[in-house]
Design a protein around this ligand. Structure first.
Ligand code: 1HE
Length: 269
């Protein structure tokens, strides 16, 4: 069955560096600056932030991809040259706000990655919850070569996925990981052939959208915080989150459906 995505109207339609379309509960948001390899300019970071804090009401999961030959070339280096120290720190904080709106937003986000996923592009990808790499995808942090440092949350998010040693390697030596390497080290959870990533991303987003909203909320908001806590505090937070989730009407309906034989079983896929 093919899923038909329709262009989104309203505020999101005014964001010219993003292409947004919706099919039911899934919003597809495509970076739309292919001539600059989707490099993230001030306008693009603002538009990403705006989009994620204004998702259409029906949205229960988002798929992010990039138009053209690469997912994202990172920070728009043309805008960096003239920045003074105060505007530089504010600029980084603007990226943090935008990517926090993704990681700690209202719905899970699936990133479909191809071509260059570098610098700020990798920071964007790691703010998403699920990552799919097509064969062409490659991952790097050229900040070291450019004389700068990550500023879009990379130092907080990337080591949590692949460790400080691997991130140091990317930054110090300019090493680039291919899609298979990224898969093996857990930087991406799924692999796809070139051109097949979007369909995979949409299928996963559709599946995610069927979960109880409170369960998805708990995964997005509680899980990473618990992972950052000491075990004792983490277990306590878990108990509170579990009690909240179990007490929702949604959970009651779903549990009853299983007990009465009306819900799917867990099977090998
Ligand atoms: C750009 C950018 C950019 C391309 N800022 N304009 N990121 C980087 O260091 C990566 C820099 N980019 C590249 O290494 C390559 O462009 C790619 C491997 C991504 C793509 O190569 P290719 O051959 O397909 O395209 P291209 O010919 O290099 O680029 C096409 C155009 O996009 C060209 O502009 P044009 O006007 O000459 O056509 C490029 O200048 C432009 N372009 N990438 C500005 N990044 C919050 S801190 C985050 C810090 C970072 O992200 S640092 C990493 C920056």
């Amino acid at each position: 069955m093919t899923t038909v995505f329709e262009p989104v109207s309203g505020l999101l339609a005014t964001l010219d560096l993003l292409q947004t379309s919706q099919a039911g509960a899934v919003l597809h948001l495509r970076l739309n600056r292919p001539a600059k390899r989707n490099a993230i300019s001030d306008t693009l970071i603002q538009q990403l932030h705006t989009a994620f804090i204004n998702l259409p009401e029906a949205t229960k999961a988002v798929v992010v991809s990039g138009e053209g030959s690469h997912f994202c070339a990172g920070l728009d280096l043309a805008e960096l040259v003239e920045r003074d120290i105060h505007s530089a720190v504010l600029h980084s904080r603007q990226w943090h706000a935008a990517f926090d709106a993704i990681q700690f937003g209202s719905v899970p986000v699936v990133a479909v990655l191809h071509g260059a996923v570098v610098g700020g592009g990798l920071e964007l990808a790691t703010a998403c919850h699920i990552r799919i790499a097509e064969d062409s995808a490659y991952f790097g942090l050229p900040e070291g070569q450019r004389g700068i440092f990550v500023g879009g949350g990379g130092s907080a998010r990337i080591p949590r996925l692949i460790g400080v040693a691997r991130m140091s390697d990317l930054m110090l030596t300019g090493r680039v990981f291919d899609a298979d390497e990224a898969g093996h080290m857990g930087l991406v959870q799924y692999r796809a052939a070139d051109g097949a990533g979007l369909a995979k991303g949409i299928a996963l987003a559709q599946r995610i959208a069927t979960n109880a909203p409170m369960s998805n909320f708990a995964v997005m908001h509680a899980l990473p915080r618990i992972a950052d806590q000491a075990q004792s505090e983490g277990l306590f937070t878990e108990s509170l989150m579990a009690a909240v989730a179990e007490s929702t009407p949604d959970a009651q309906v779903r549990l009853r459906a299983f007990l009465e034989g009306r819900a799917g079983k867990v099977t090998k896929s």
